[in-house]
Design a binder for this molecule. Structure first.
Ligand SMILES: [Zn+2]
Length: 343
C-alpha cells in the first residue's frame, strides 16, 4: 500500500497518482471535496492522469444504491481515486471492489477511521447500515494542511470515532472473560497507544494545530489497521457503535456525522461500564484496566467540540435508554449492553 501523510503534499499528487497505474483513472469527488483540493490542483491531477472526473452535484449518501450507480463508470477505469472522507471513501471502496479494480483515496478530513479498513459502511435498501466486505485502498494520500482545514464538525467527529477505544476495549475484555471472544492485546496495544497520545490534546485538535491533527490522523489509521489485522471491526466497534447505528436509524433525518453519534454513545457506554464494573468482582480490574473515567472522557470529547449528550444531537434521552436495553440483539458481539439487558 502506498501511504503518504505530510504537509504540502498537494503539489506532489499529480505525479504520485499518475505513478499508480498506466491505465484509465476515475476520480470521484463531491462539490465540497473538490473545493477542499481546489480547482487548480484538481485540474493538474486530471491533466497528469488523463482521468475521468465524476463530481456528485448533490451531497452523496452512503447507500449501496449510490455506490452501485458508480459501477458503469468504474467498469471503464482501471484505477479509481476517491477524493473525500467517510461517504466518498465507502462508495468508491465498494464500487471499485465490485468492479475488481484497485482504488486510492485523497483524504479531505480526519473524520473517521475507515480509510484503511477493508469494509464499506453503507445503508442497505432496508434503511439499516451494514458493513460490507470490500478491499483496503492501494494508496492513501493525506495532506495535513487539507485535513486541518476540514470543517470543524468533521475534525471533531474523528476524535469521537477514536476516543471510543476506551469503551471498546472494556467491552472486548468483558466478552473475553465470558468466553464470547478472544481479546488480542497485540492488536489493541498500538491503537491504544495512538489514542492515548491524542487524548490530552483534543483542544489543540479543535484549534487545528497541525501537530495535533497529525496525532488524530495517526490514531484514525491505527484504528483502521487494527480492524484489518483482526479481520473484523472488533477492535474499534463494540456497544457504542451498535447503539449509535440503532439511534441513527431511529432518527434517520438527523444527518449526524458517524463520529458525533459515536461520541454520544461512547459517553453513555462509559457511564454504563462505570456502573456495572463493580458487579464483576475480581475480573473488574482487568476488564477496566485501560478505561478513561467517564468524566475525563466527556471532557476530552467536549474539548474537541464533540457532542456528549443525547440532547445535544436531538435524541430523546429516554429513547436512548430504551434502545440500549435491546441493542445487544443487533449483532453477535457480547458487550456491556448484554449485561444491561440481563440486569
Ligand atoms: Zn466508527
Amino acid at each position: 500500500m502506498c501511504f503518504v501523510v505530510k504537509s504540502h503534499l498537494l503539489g506532489e499528487l499529480p505525479e504520485r497518482i499518475a505513478a499508480l497505474s498506466d491505465g484509465a483513472f476515475l476520480l470521484v469527488a463531491d462539490r465540497n471535496t473538490a473545493l477542499a483540493l481546489g480547482p487548480e490542483p484538481l485540474q493538474r491531477i486530471q491533466d497528469a492522469t488523463r482521468a475521468q472526473l465524476h463530481v456528485f452535484t448533490q451531497e452523496p449518501q452512503a447507500t449501496r444504491a449510490q455506490a452501485e450507480a458508480l459501477l458503469p463508470q468504474m467498469q471503464r477505469a482501471s484505477f479509481a481515486i476517491a477524493i473525500g472522507s467517510g461517504t466518498l471513501n465507502d462508495l468508491v471502496k465498494y464500487a471499485s471492489h465490485k468492479t475488481g479494480i484497485p482504488y486510492g483515496v485523497i483524504a479531505t478530513a480526519p473524520s473517521m477511521n475507515g480509510y484503511t479498513s477493508p469494509t464499506a459502511s453503507l445503508i442497505d435498501s432496508g434503511g439499516l447500515k451494514h458493513s460490507f466486505s470490500a478491499h483496503a485502498p492501494a494508496a492513501l494520500f493525506a495532506d495535513i494542511d487539507i485535513l486541518a482545514a476540514a470543517p470543524a464538525r468533521m475534525i471533531a467527529a474523528g476524535v469521537g470515532d477514536t476516543l471510543c477505544r476506551s469503551t471498546v476495549e472494556a467491552d472486548w475484555r468483558l466478552a473475553h472473560t465470558r468466553g464470547k471472544a478472544v481479546f488480542d492485546e497485540s492488536i489493541m496495544a498500538p491503537l491504544r497507544a495512538a489514542e492515548q497520545a491524542l487524548f490530552a490534546h483534543t483542544a489543540r485538535v479543535a484549534a487545528r494545530d497541525p501537530g495535533a491533527i497529525r496525532l488524530l490522523w495517526d490514531a484514525l489509521i491505527a484504528g483502521g489497521n487494527a480492524m484489518r489485522a483482526h479481520g473484523s471491526s472488533m477492535p474499534a466497534s463494540q456497544g457504542e457503535h451498535m447503539l449509535a447505528h440503532l439511534m441513527e436509524s431511529h432518527y434517520p433525518e438527523s444527518a449526524l456525522l458517524h463520529g458525533e453519534a459515536i461520541a454520544v454513545t461512547t459517553c453513555y457506554m462509559a457511564q454504563l461500564q462505570e456502573r456495572l464494573l463493580p458487579t464483576l468482582g475480581d475480573k473488574a480490574v482487568w476488564i477496566g484496566e485501560h478505561r478513561h473515567h467517564p468524566d475525563a472522557l466527556r471532557a476530552a470529547l467536549a474539548a474537541a467540540g464533540c457532542p456528549t449528550t443525547a440532547e445535544a444531537v436531538g435524541w430523546d434521552a429516554g429513547a436512548l435508554e430504551a434502545i440500549a436495553k435491546t441493542a445487544w440483539q443487533t449483532r453477535d458481539r457480547y458487550t456491556f449492553l448484554n449485561m444491561l439487558a440481563e440486569a
